[in-house]
Design a protein around this ligand. Structure first.
Ligand SMILES: C=C(O[C@@H]1C=C(C(=O)O)C=C[C@H]1O)C(=O)O
Length: 386
């Protein structure tokens, strides 16, 4: 299925540690489904994970990228966009249960501080306000590091984290599942220096930089919708260059080399300032094209695509009708037809047709019919004096 290229066959995976983080759970979930043995290496920070992959000290890194309740992990997005030219080669979605952990027997009312990763604190905000209003929330680099610090301190502190972290640092779970929303899930991504060889159930992550101009983002998105390519995520981050300028992280279903995706990317490159393919990898959630090679569409697939294109043509003709009708408001009796405008439009469309792979002579025939139709609509409007 998805082969992940490794350097010198040493299978090392760096994760956001220390021992007992959700990231470690995600790494275990990944290594369990692989045929080979992996050595798990905890790192102190997300940047350290990126660095060890980039330097080739490990084959893969695993970092959190988004949570179903709290949204994106901005640091991961910013490192991908600005600092490291790395590939995403896989994803893991993990149900996340946050637990209140401390020394056995500690009374909730006595707790003065609650330590955890900012995402974990945010996921339990309502619980903390309702049950531990007097305790000060303190942000720590990871949930497991928070548990470690609680264990080391002599204070009546608690941490929020995994049951594994509680066990690893000699603490107890005082209250299980304190996350405000029960369907709390975190998505982790695998980082590598190489692309994955995934051809089934694929999704592709992109980084698109468009200037702050009217319609720029809409043209980018339009290229996907035109081809029936489903977006599974879109998220923006500031470029750090100028207010109002953003990078867009866009995840789509499909392979980067699949003809319709390739074509969409080629078009987008003509509108966007920059486009980077962060990676094509196996989706953790079943994709519609499940188990079928995206490179061999069936007759049904192709006919579905034609149906969609026809729908879009009709949609656009409807819009053209409404716009021509508005132009009719500027027309006076006797001067509806504008042959000069028609020949300019036609000249432009013939050139465009050539570029887009359509016969310009057919365009001339079709547009002669359309112009006659639209002029007669305007004529009726002008004659009726509406
Ligand atoms: C819409 C207009 O009116 C008429 C219809 C045209 C069209 O369908 O594109 C073009 C020129 C006119 O003959 C216009 O003047 O722009």
């Amino acid at each position: 299925m998805c082969e992940i290229k490794t350097a010198n066959n040493i299978n090392k995976i760096a994760y956001l540690g220390p021992i007992g983080t959700f990231c470690e759970e995600a790494a275990c979930k990944f290594t369990m489904r692989e045929q080979v043995d992996w050595q798990l290496l905890p790192c102190g920070t997300i940047v350290d994970v990126f660095n060890s992959v980039y330097r080739g000290e490990v084959d893969l890194g695993i970092v959190p990228i988004e949570n179903s309740c709290e949204g994106s992990v901005n640091q991961t997005l910013d490192l991908l966009a600005n600092e490291f030219d790395l590939k995403i080669t896989g994803e893991i979605i993990l149900p996340v249960q946050q637990n209140l952990i401390s020394r056995q027997g500690v009374e909730l009312t006595a707790i003065t501080r609650v330590l955890s990763h900012p995402q974990a604190l945010a996921q339990c905000r309502e619980y903390l306000e309702g049950h531990l209003p007097g305790a000060e929330p303190v942000e720590i680099a990871s949930t497991a590091e928070a548990a470690r610090q609680v264990a080391l301190s002599g204070e009546v502190w608690a941490a929020i984290g995994t049951a594994g972290a509680a066990a690893a640092y000699g603490l107890a779970v005082l209250v299980p599942a304190i996350n405000d929303y029960s369907n709390n899930e975190t998505r982790f991504v695998l980082l590598s220096r190489f692309d994955s060889d995934c051809f089934w159930d694929c999704k592709t992550s992109l980084l698109v930089y468009v200037l702050n101009q009217p319609g720029a983002l809409s043209r980018v998105l339009g290229e996907f919708s035109l081809r029936g390519i489903n977006l599974t995520k879109i998220e923006s981050r500031p470029t750090r260059k100028k207010i109002g300028e953003y990078f867009f992280f866009i995840d789509i279903e499909g392979h980067r080399l699949e003809p319709k995706v390739k074509e969409a990317l080629e078009e987008i490159r003509t509108v966007a300032q920059a486009v980077r393919v962060l990676g094509t990898y196996r989706s953790a959630v079943k994709v519609e094209t499940a188990k079928r090679s995206v490179f061999e569409p069936t007759l049904d697939d192709l006919r579905q695509e034609i149906d969609m294109i026809d729908d879009q043509i009709i949609e656009l003709l409807g819009r053209r009708t409404r716009t021509v009708d508005k132009v009719g408001n500027f027309k006076k009796v006797g001067s509806v037809r504008d042959p000069e405008r028609e020949s300019r439009v036609l000249e432009k469309l013939r050139k465009l047709a050539e570029i887009k792979g359509f016969d310009p002579d057919v365009i001339s025939k079709v547009y002669r019919i359309l112009f006659d139709h639209f002029v007669s609509l305007q004529q009726k409007k002008v004659d009726s004096g509406q």
